[in-house]
Design a protein around this ligand. Structure first.
Ligand code: GAP
Length: 548
């Protein structure tokens, strides 16, 4: 059985992604740009299918008259498409301007920069000399990396490695320094030759800054690329209420680009500096918000399963109370066991957060902080709000119950790129199939759910003569208005199947001699390899049926 978590498997996925045109490094001909990725011809179709499936399942296909399983009541869904650059005051009130940062740490010796919470280390001692050896590596590579670094630091030969005494397992450098069990002076940085080269950690705001207008110069022109799509929804809450017929409970969805100047982008597209999010802000009565939170958590979990992610590689993780943001009543993450992580580790695909009334109140009143358990407007030394809100009334009047309240928000926030990466990793399989002579041939096959597959069907004339291409082209033209399909007449049928398997095409339709006499084609199933004869007149309806 394949080892699912290992870097070499991930390397093979990355290499297939490049070779078959799923994902390329941005600006590759100039040496690439760290943290930025482009989607190639197959990748753009895959990612679009992920986003379209999300929009259709959550928004356009939502039945607002029915009470869906697990939902406390029927509800409405609508959408928005907001700008990437918003009024800078919005980011001040939301808290991003003051708080959306990571701690970074520099190495004076190697000139490298690290995210403080990404460094792990352990004590190593040899003949009275001690050092806290750190690494940026994660997963299976972390421990061997510390061994290699300690060996080099103490100047040992390979056979002397056993002489190193280790003071326990790997721990976070941040936590070790906070607990006093290590100091930066004793710490050997991940790329340094001597200890003590790491600087004190500093805050680094992750928002990309830009300037608006030709006369850019003073602070009033400063603007930011949005680090999440959510705030565009909150600032338009009143516009949506005033211009559509939606009533609480309802959700507003948005898909779009977000930008974060990540200190250390890594793991292919998992942590990028430019990425897409698929976010819903769901507005409900405060008293019902806990039920809605549970509904959305379970609904989103089932969505990933329904699109074929392996259940054993998914995890639903409720945050502990000390992990929750200051405004959050409850948060759960849907996580996936990406192959680049160590066995037992998971990476976040989506967060489902109960955000209370924090966001709407922030944009009304100004930036909020929690004081004695209550959310209050943060004030400066002059007693005035630190960041003034819009002053607009974002409360809601319920004309059935005759109550006025600030709705509570449940936010399912998913990453389109992370989702796409999970579908890509999960689809990747290596197996053996018989070739045209019946001999086993190893194949790489992407077992995408048909809804996500970039190409749904390939139409292959067995040979380029005897009228077969003409019949195949007719079938291609009949199918094309209904789904993405390809016509391919180049190379042996075995090679053509192999090409389609790597692209993840679920069905191949072969036109052969028999087609010309009985008007049937061979339908080959990518996963079971079963080959069945289907009347050519029924192909379109049959595949449309399977896709829906
Ligand atoms: N509005 C809430 C919010 O933005 P988040 O957990 O920071 O929450 C939501 O982001 C999702 O966006 C994550 O679960 C992840 O899928 C995606 N995401 C966040 N940062 C990312 C990055 N640097 N690269 C790729 N995807 C990212």
């Amino acid at each position: 059985m394949d080892k699912q978590n290992d870097q070499s498997r991930m390397d093979r996925i990355v290499s297939l992604a490049k070779r078959r045109g799923f994902i390329f490094q941005s600006s590759e001909i100039y040496g690439g740009l760290n943290g930025f990725w482009d989607y190639g011809p197959l990748g753009v179709a895959l990612k679009r299918n992920v986003k379209d499936a999300w929009w259709r399942d959550m928004v356009s296909g939502h039945d607002e008259l029915a009470t869906l399983a697990g939902a406390p009541a029927p509800y409405e869904m609508t959408g928005l498409d907001c700008t990437i650059i918003m009024h800078p005051q919005g980011w001040k009130c939301s808290g991003h301007f003051d708080l959306f940062h990571d701690w970074m740490i520099d190495c004076r010796e190697s000139k490298r920069r690290y995210r403080y919470d990404h460094l792990h280390g352990r004590w190593a001692a040899h003949r009275g000399k001690k050092v806290f050896v750190t690494t940026e590596a994660s997963g299976d590579e972390a421990v061997p990396e510390t061994v290699a670094r300690a060996q080099k630091f103490f100047g040992l030969r390979a056979k002397q490695v056993d002489e190193i005494e280790w003071g326990g397992g790997l721990e976070s450098l941040e936590q070790a320094v906070a607990a006093g069990s290590a100091t930066l002076a004793d710490t050997l940085g991940p790329d340094a030759a001597a200890p003590g080269s790491l600087t004190e950690p500093r805050e680094f705001n992750l928002m990309f800054e830009t300037r608006i207008g030709a006369l850019a110069g003073d602070d009033d022109d400063r603007a930011f690329l949005r680090p999440e799509t959510a705030q565009g929804i909150f600032v338009n809450f009143k516009n949506v209420l005033d211009t559509s017929r939606v009533r609480v409970p309802f959700g507003i969805a948005q898909v779009g680009k977000s930008f974060r100047n990540e200190i250390t982008p890594r793991n292919f597209t998992f942590r990028s500096r430019e990425f897409e999010q698929m976010e819903i802000e769901f507005f409900c009565r405060p008293a019902e918000s806990a039920d809605w939170y549970r509904y959305w958590r379970d609904r989103r979990w089932k969505w990933y399963l329904g699109l074929g992610l392996t259940e054993g590689r998914l995890q639903l993780r409720e945050h502990h109370a000390d992990e929750l943001s200051h405004y959050s009543v409850g948060t759960a993450d849907i996580e996936y066991a990406f192959p680049f992580l160590a066995e037992g580790e998971f990476g976040e695909l989506e967060g489902i957060a109960h955000r209370g009334d924090f966001d709407l109140r922030s944009h009304m009143e100004g930036k909020l902080v929690r004081k004695d358990g209550e959310l209050v407007v943060e004030t400066g030394p002059d007693g005035k709000p630190r960041h003034r809100g819009s002053g607009k009334d974002l409360s809601y009047f319920d004309d059935v119950t005759r109550e006025r309240y600030v709705p509570h928000v449940i936010e399912p926030s998913a990453g389109a790129d992370r989702g796409t990466l999970a579908f890509l990793c999960d689809a990747y399989h290596e197996d053996e199939v018989p070739d045209e002579d019946g001999k086993p041939r190893s194949r790489t096959v992407m077992k995408f759910h048909p809804r996500l597959a970039p190409v749904k069907a390939a139409i292959l004339p067995l040979v380029k003569k005897d009228g077969m291409p003409e019949v195949a082209i007719d079938l291609y033209r009949a199918l094309k208005p209904h789904m993405a399909c390809q016509y391919d007449e180049k190379g042996s049928v075995g090679r053509r199947y192999a090409r389609q398997d790597e692209a993840g095409t679920p069905w191949c339709l072969t036109i052969d001699g028999q087609t010309l006499t009985d008007k049937t084609v061979t339908l080959r199933d990518r996963d079971s390899l079963a080959q069945t004869r289907v009347p050519i007149a029924e192909v379109v309806a049959m595949l449309r049926d399977r896709l829906s």
